[in-house]
Design a protein around this ligand. Structure first.
Ligand SMILES: *[C@@H]1O[C@H](CO)[C@@H](O)[C@H](O)[C@H]1NC(C)=O
Ligand SMILES: *[C@@H]1O[C@H](CO)[C@@H](O)[C@H](O)[C@H]1NC(C)=O
Length: 359
């Protein structure tokens, strides 16, 4: 339900680009390390683009038709969307135009997110050390760190993370992502892992921007007594914050073993949250509220919202309502039922903006 809802909203509200996108100048050849399990978009500026893949593990398997690889899709502008890539999809991705010319090639190392080494600076945890391998020469294995992502909260202490990829350096001029370097050579080393490092941060809030959020509920299943919540458009490449009853859930709390009622899923950078207790869970992407989840039994939480706030925002709500009606006219098959509310909580200086509630 949430997914279709989000897609619907996404049509009308191009928030931030939905996917983590990679680009490379035309006629060039770019090398990148990325993580498995998190969607990426490879840009190709060509009409009638055709993609060819060679996956390194399978040695020269060519796929001309992305629809034969179930998690890839060529977008109308020629870009290639890869949903939940597997580490076995490490390889060469080339885009050709309708005249049969190669427009761009990406060599992508999808490093296995399941082996992610996570450390928190404030807990004194150390990232992996450099190590030398001997595969013939003396190859140095090191972590190539990306820049820090934005702080996941503003106006109050938050956390930020950065990703680090496994690289091999044979000579100082030419470091390469580990598995592109290895090709189909099978080698296991406990050093060869991607990393994620977290630290605390404190940034001021910047002026409001309009964001839209979805509203959903969840049920703790009898058997497992837990539920998984997914932050729409969340990804390991983006700053994400979860709050339970307005209390932030931090990596520090999780890594130090203090938070036991929730689990941030590491393979999605915390986009998915496992919960064991009924509470109102909210998820923020780039400091903006994008989703709120209520326990099923507490749907009447709506009633407790301040009527003052509601009235104050009613005119804006009407505008949103109009927009949504228009969307419904445009998309009559989407079978969206119900009442639309709009909530507003300008609390604590955070960029909590328009909350569009659809049930
Ligand atoms: C895309 O290709 C067209 C035609 O070759 C060119 O005019 C345009 O500038 C390109 N756009 C980008 C963003 O590179
Ligand atoms: C590890 O190796 C990289 C690449 O040569 C280098 O930039 C970095 O400074 C090294 N780190 C340490 C702690 O020696």
């Amino acid at each position: 339900m949430l997914t279709s809802l989000w897609l619907l909203l996404g049509l009308a509200v191009p928030v931030q680009g939905s996917y983590f996108s990679i680009s490379c100048p035309s006629r060039r050849h770019c090398q990148r390390a990325l993580l498995s399990n998190n969607d990426v978009l490879l840009h190709c500026n060509a009409s009638g683009a055709q993609w060819h893949f060679i996956f390194l593990q399978n040695k020269a398997i060519w796929v001309y038709d992305p629809s034969r690889t179930s998690n890839t899709e060529t977008m109308p502008d020629g870009s290639l969307l890869i949903r939940s890539p597997l580490s076995s999809q490490t390889g060469f991705y080339s885009c050709w135009d309708s005249g049969g010319r190669k427009v761009v090639q990406y060599d992508i190392d999808f490093q296995d997110v399941e082996s992610l080494h996570i450390t928190h600076r404030d807990l004194g945890q150390k990232p992996l050390q450099n190590e030398t391998l001997s595969l013939g020469g003396r190859e140095l294995v090191f972590t190539h760190w990306e820049t820090w992502q934005d702080c996941n909260r503003c106006g109050e202490p938050g956390e930020r993370k950065r990703l680090g990829y496994c690289y091999v350096e044979e000579s100082p001029e030419k470091p390469m992502p580990c598995w592109l370097y290895l090709g189909d050579v099978k080698l296991w080393s406990s050093r060869m892992r991607p990393e994620m490092q977290v630290e605390s941060c404190h940034v001021p809030c910047t002026p409001l921007s309009v964001g839209y959020a979805t509203f959903d509920d969840y049920e703790l299943s009898e058997k497992s007594e837990s539920a998984w919540l997914t932050c729409p458009l969340g990804s390991i490449y983006r700053p994400i914050l979860w709050e339970a009853n307005s209390t932030p859930l931090t990596w520090k709390g999780q890594l130090s073993g203090q938070d036991v009622n929730t689990v941030l899923d590491t393979s999605s950078g915390g986009s998915r949250l496992q919960v064991f207790q009924g509470a109102i869970y909210e998820c923020f992407l780039q400091q903006e509220l994008v989703a709120r989840f209520n326990p099923k039994s507490k749907l009447d939480i709506l009633a407790s919202l301040s009527t003052e706030d509601w009235k104050a925002q009613k005119s804006k709500a009407d505008r949103v309502l109009k927009g949504l009606k228009l969307m419904l006219l445009l998309a009559p098959v989407l079978g969206l039922l119900g009442v639309l509310f709009k909530l507003f909580r300008p609390s604590r200086g955070r960029r909590r903006d328009q909350l569009l509630v659809v049930k």
